[in-house]
Design a protein around this ligand. Structure first.
Ligand code: ADP
Ligand code: MG
Length: 718
């Protein structure tokens, strides 16, 4: 009986096992059986030699046209040169050493054979150097190459697809299947899935396309289900301990706040607000993700939830990714609350609370005071960076945690958060302006319930975006500067965003032809001396001391600074409604989602916003396409989908980054939305009935394998 955990070496021999391990990291039977073909070539259909590409490891099926052996000139020994054809094109082969003799004898003109090797070039011709080959004869049965479908495996320089196919076939000969299918029969029937053994056999040795589809369906399901089970278990675990109920109370600070709101809440804000109000009233911990375009009013929703908590005698913590943002949030919450945030101060309203900022860069006295306010409960709302969770900050009674800008806050950090309260588990609301495609929301963020704000509050002007191609239209840049001057003359403000700070060592470029990216320092100097001479210009970047950053942000918010030249530190949460123009320099160096996020910083007031994507990229390049896409739509969901298509899927799960193989081998986040959605529902049902999967050992095993393989890292955001 062979099991998935058995090592390959005793079965396939040391040399082959080593090759599989070195090149592809495959060490066990399970690894090899789950090393799925990338595609299939159908027998009889000659591989098109014309479509070969340099450096590809390929297997071609072709006929020998000629084959000659000769003495080498420069060194001792012989070489055999052959030319093969598949009817479309010719390919040259060379063999050395002993194989040169074998090749000359066996590769007679007219012989049909399979050749596997890496495509190189010699003079004008494509060439395979020293390829492995196998002669095709009507009698050679059992050969992997006489299958109806020739599986093409992801290969490496250590082992080619043909040898991998041989290994798989050898293994399948002696493999006696799985003792028990991890998916119970009833479950398979319900979802129309084939058995695991059958799926694995036919994925490697299919007899028809229909078989391949059926097998893929099952194998994709396994992956989707394991992920969804793990997430459902997490959801369950995070609700195992009760949350502090923050029931709505009328006549308190929330009502006082609502009574003076200068505007009407949007329908979305009302709807999501009610959902959250009911969630946090309960003792079942809320774990909710709130998505919404920049400026859609998420902070307003969060603030109202925090006030409900205050009314219930609980505290709320709001976490921001950077100190600049935390300080800004604290300030804007204080502004929104006015005297409702001045508890204990002269002029403080009845029912007032206090907004307390806690950051790493506060001095000892400030810090001590903040910690005191927090532990006594004086501080109804605590604003800080994520670091305040890691530290042992003691709350009087923490009811709700709001996390701003989800994309920098992974599942692990959320888990740390829940683990904090020894007895109670605070409610958690995470907010993000980066739209997340549904499939990703269901996997990477699958432990959260999702709500979305899809409309912007009324009166907001849409942002106009224009690409400024400085190579092709050099005068456009001057016009851009003129626009900035006009806006400033009208009392507005502008951002310039650059990819680099510029205070580091002379910038190196990894690509010789590419100049280093524009820097904050250089651009600020250039603007001050030239096109924007006379305007008040300041810089902002992540390596400035926190108090300096804070001073700059404050001055910009107060319109004492007209032009802010910054890195992407301003990407999230910065809110200066008076800023109306943003020029993103070397825009091609930013990702689609990042550009979208950045431009959300302008047009936050009633005046229309303008975003200029300045680039030296020529038209008709993939990079320019991306910029044109950002120019053409404001739909963040559409752009997120585009971004997903442009990135390798592995990156999203964090696997490609860490160099490990992804747990998702067959499942595609782009194409398999239906399977993911169905598996999510199924997983929830299973976990509801059997939280620890005690009655489902097969499923428990699948989750176990997934978690060890990925060490749960896939759950963390890239
Ligand atoms: P987000 O956090 O989603 O980026 P904010 O909550 O910061 O959005 O809201 C952006 C701006 O819109 C703020 O100045 C806020 O006061 C204002 N705002 C929020 N809700 C409304 C509303 N319903 N009507 C008008 N303005 C609103
Ligand atoms: Mg915000």
């Amino acid at each position: 009986m062979i099991s998935f955990d058995d090592k390959l070496q005793p079965l396939l021999g040391k040399k082959t096992a080593d090759a599989l391990e070195t090149g592809l990291g495959l060490t066990t039977v399970g690894d090899l059986l789950r090393h799925y073909p990338r595609r299939y070539d159908e027998r009889g259909k000659l591989t098109d030699i014309r479509s070969l590409e340099i450096d590809e490891h390929v297997t071609v099926q072709a006929e020998v046209r000629k084959c000659t052996k000769r003495q080498m000139k420069a060194r001792r020994g012989h070489m055999t040169e052959a030319v093969i054809t598949d009817g479309t094109s010719e390919l040259h082969l060379v063999f050395f050493g002993k194989v040169a003799f074998v090749a000359e004898q066996e590769l007679l003109p007219g012989t049909r054979a399979l050749f596997a090797g890496k495509v190189g070039r010699y003079r004008q011709n494509l060439q395979l150097v020293h390829p492995a080959f196998e002669i095709l004869t009507p009698e050679s049965d059992g050969s992997s190459f006489l299958q109806a479908f020739l599986p093409v495996y992801p290969a490496s320089q250590h082992i080619n697809t043909w040898n991998i196919a041989n290994c798989v076939n050898q293994l399948l000969e002696i493999w006696d299947g799985v003792p028990e299918d991890p998916l119970p029969l009833a479950f398979r029937e319900e979802h129309g899935l084939t058995g695991l053994e059958e799926a694995l056999r036919s994925i490697h040795r299919p007899e028809s396309w229909a078989q391949i589809t059926v097998a893929q369906q099952r194998l994709k399901w396994d992956e989707a289900l394991a992920v969804q089970l793990a997430l459902a278990q997490r959801r369950k675990a995070s609700t195992a301990r009760p949350a502090p109920s923050c029931a709505r109370r009328s006549g308190g600070i929330l009502d006082a706040f609502d009574a003076r709101l200068p505007f009407k809440l949007t329908n979305g804000q009302v709807e999501v607000g009610e959902q959250i109000a009911s969630d946090i009233s309960s003792v079942v911990p809320m774990n909710r993700l709130l998505q919404g375009e920049v400026g859609s009013g998420k902070t307003m929703v969060a603030l109202r939830a925090m006030l409900q908590a205050v009314d219930a005698g609980r505290q709320s913590a709001m976490l921001a990714p950077t100190e600049v943002l935390a300080a800004q949030h604290a300030r804007s919450l204080q502004e929104m609350l006015g005297d409702l945030a001045q508890a204990g101060q002269l002029g403080g309203a009845e029912d007032a609370t206090r907004v307390t900022l806690l950051t790493g860069s506060m001095n000892t006295a400030q810090r001590r005071q903040a910690l005191l306010d927090i532990v006594t409960g004086e501080a109804g709302i605590v604003v800080g960076t994520h670091a305040i969770i890691q530290e042992k900050v003691e709350f009087h009674s923490l009811g709700l945690v709001v996390v701003d800008e989800q994309h920098r806050f992974g599942v692990e950090q959320r888990a740390a958060l829940s683990a904090r309260g020894a007895v109670e588990n605070p409610h958690v609301l995470v907010m993000t302006a980066t739209p997340i495609p549904r499939t990703v929301a269901m996997t990477v963020y699958g432990d959260l319930e999702v709500s979305a704000l899809r409309e912007l509050p009324g009166g907001r002007s849409p942002i106009k975006t224009s690409v400024v191609p400085v190579r092709e239209k050099p005068t456009w840049l001057d016009r851009a500067f003129a626009r900035v001057r006009e806006e400033v003359a009208a009392g507005h403000q502008a951002y310039f965003v650059c990819p680099r700070i510029g205070d580091e060592e002379p910038a190196k470029s990894d690509d010789e032809d590419k100049r280093p990216a524009l820097s904050v320092i250089d651009v600020a100097t250039m603007l001050a001396q030239g096109p924007l001479r006379g305007l008040r210009i300041e810089i902002l970047h992540g390596r400035m001391p926190p108090d300096e950053k804070d001073a700059v942000m404050r001055a910009f918010a107060a319109n004492q600074v007209q032009v802010l030249v910054a890195t992407t530190v301003i990407e999230v949460g910065v809110n200066v409604p008076n800023a109306t123009v943003m020029a993103i320099m070397d825009a091609d160096r930013f990702g689609v989602s990042q550009l979208h996020q950045l431009r959300g910083r302008v047009g936050r007031g009633s005046a229309p916003g303008l975003c200029l994507l300045v680039t030296e990229m020529p038209e008709m390049t993939a990079t320019m396409e991306r910029l044109r896409a950002v120019e053409s739509t404001l739909d963040g969901f559409e752009l997120a989908q585009l971004d997903l298509e442009l990135r390798r899927e592995g990156d999203i799960l964090g696997a490609a980054q860490s160099g490990r193989r992804s747990a998702l081998k067959m499942l595609s986040l782009l194409r398999d939305e239906d399977i993911i959605a169905e598996a999510r529902v199924a997983a929830q049902q299973v976990v509801d009935a059997d939280p620890d999967l005690e009655k489902h050992p097969g499923l428990a095993g699948m989750v176990g394998t997934l978690l060890t393989e990925e060490r749960a890292d896939f759950l963390e955001k890239a």
